[in-house]
Design a protein around this ligand. Structure first.
Ligand SMILES: [Fe+2]
Length: 155
């Protein structure tokens, strides 16, 4: 997640998108029984779990791309070469996530306000899987994260 955020920063993305990248898999941390899901080949819908939690604290510019990041994967997989470059576990999870989007789903997806940010998030995520890469500390993002919180008077 930090590598994903670092790529977003490198590409001069907005603070909201950097924050979305940083938190996009937060759902994995709060899913109740992740091992059981894997065993039973179930999709834990971590994007929705993360979204439902984070939306209480963060702006939609942050949480909407998080909610949409699996849809973005399904959308991008319409491109054969994108699909072919997925890792095997990612190809397996794609099936559980609903598979490649059909024409109708893709039309609907590209009409959603934050679809472009979700697509960028997904692309940075693809590039952010380098083992042992030198990464920043989560604390380095403290100010950026704080700047993306819903302010008190918006509650
Ligand atoms: Fe994810």
């Amino acid at each position: 997640m930090i590598q994903t955020a670092m790529l977003a920063e490198k590409n001069h993305s907005s603070k909201s998108l950097i924050c979305a990248c940083l938190l996009h898999d937060y759902g994995h941390f709060i899913i109740e029984n992740p091992d059981l899901l894997v065993l039973e080949s179930l999709d834990g819908k971590h994007e929705n779990i993360g979204f439902n939690f984070l939306k209480n604290y963060f702006k939609p510019e942050v949480t909407e791309p998080i909610k949409l990041h699996i849809q973005a994967k399904r959308y991008l997989c319409r491109n054969k070469s994108y699909y072919n470059h997925l890792s095997n576990p990612s190809k397996i999870s794609l099936k559980l996530q609903g598979g490649v989007m059909n024409d109708e789903e893709s039309q609907k997806f590209i009409s959603i306000k934050f679809c472009k940010d979700a697509i960028m998030l997904r692309k940075y995520d693809d590039g952010g899987k380098i083992p042992n890469a030198k990464i920043k500390k989560i604390d380095d993002y403290r100010d950026l994260i704080t700047s993306q919180l819903i302010s008190e008077n918006e509650h």
